[in-house]
Ligand binder design. Sequence first.
Ligand code: ATP
Ligand code: LTN
Length: 335
Amino acid sequence: MEGQETKKVMLSGIQPSGKLHLGNYLGPLQHWPRMIEDFDCYFFLADLHTITVRQEPADLRRQTLELLASYIACGLDPEKCTLFIQSHVHQHAELAWVLNCYTMFGELSRMTQFKDKAAKHAENVNAGLFTYPVLMASDILLYQPDYVPVGDDQKQHVELCRDVANRFNGVYGDVLRVPEPYIAKVGARIRSLNMPDTKMSKSIPEGCVYLLDRPEDIARKFKRAVTDSDTERCVRYDPERKPGVANLIQIYAAATGKTYEEVEQEFDGKGYGAFKPAVGEAVIETLRPIREETERLLKDKAYLESVYRAGAEKASYIAEKTLRKVYKKVGFVQR
Ligand code: ATP
Ligand code: LTN
């Protein structure tokens, strides 16, 4: 128990807004299981965040359980870390209200994800979409983590979270721990197989490889992956001139644990005809055990329920401590 208390704390979450894809896995998710050995980890399903964009209720429920099963299948042992559903811990929404009053309109206007999503969902630019980073800051600050492992695209939100925490601490003293983003180098930004200039994303099905895709579908997607029209047709890491090939090298390296140089050497003189199916094969083998275990867990609803219930209980205990402190500092009468 003593060792437990000195462990650094880590927290992250993914939205259950669609099916998990290779970018989610090779970016943040594949690194998390190693962390549970060394850190006190909280991983949650960010369901509150998903409704900033319209969701089909039945799909959202199914996707949330699917994501929980995939977390466990990827190696997040619920005995060794805290897995929970965001909406089960009411303190997230409560702290978000307080922090809304310590976040500036201008800061939120600068968030690139807001600008992108507002353009993409022009018919529904709701206030939640705008204040989303404040809820994200609350998700983080409630647990006082040292590190927040995320993909490259979330760095700006973690930085905003740090600014808000510093602003709050500046007024009330050392209340909130200011966390560091933790971005793994390999897999930080996986791109669409069809459009290597855009990131692989749940909301863009083209060129997206899902974690639960069948092997034959994965193989087909990689065979059709865009490479380049470069006449030398060699497997060389050059993201500027050969973004499609660089993306495939990144995927192969992340799936096999090899360096970019090792990948280049392995396919030296072999061309894309050999390279693309090999990347597909490596991904199929990486994802196979995860898919099988996710499917098995999804049949055991009672087990999943026991995991998210225990997780919410543990998470609420910590979250409540921080929320009480914040309420007291801002001057709310204690109940
Ligand atoms: P959306 O299409 O709704 O924007 P998404 O596919 O980007 O969703 P998120 O739920 O926003 O997925 O991301 C979950 C986590 O996966 C985040 O930490 C994010 O940084 C990471 N991530 C998402 N896409 C990629 C990618 N292509 N490469 C690496 N990491 C990614
Ligand atoms: N915004 C993130 C998901 C997310 C998150 C968080 C990640 C919500 N709250 C707290 C880390 C910490 C996303 O869209 N990927």
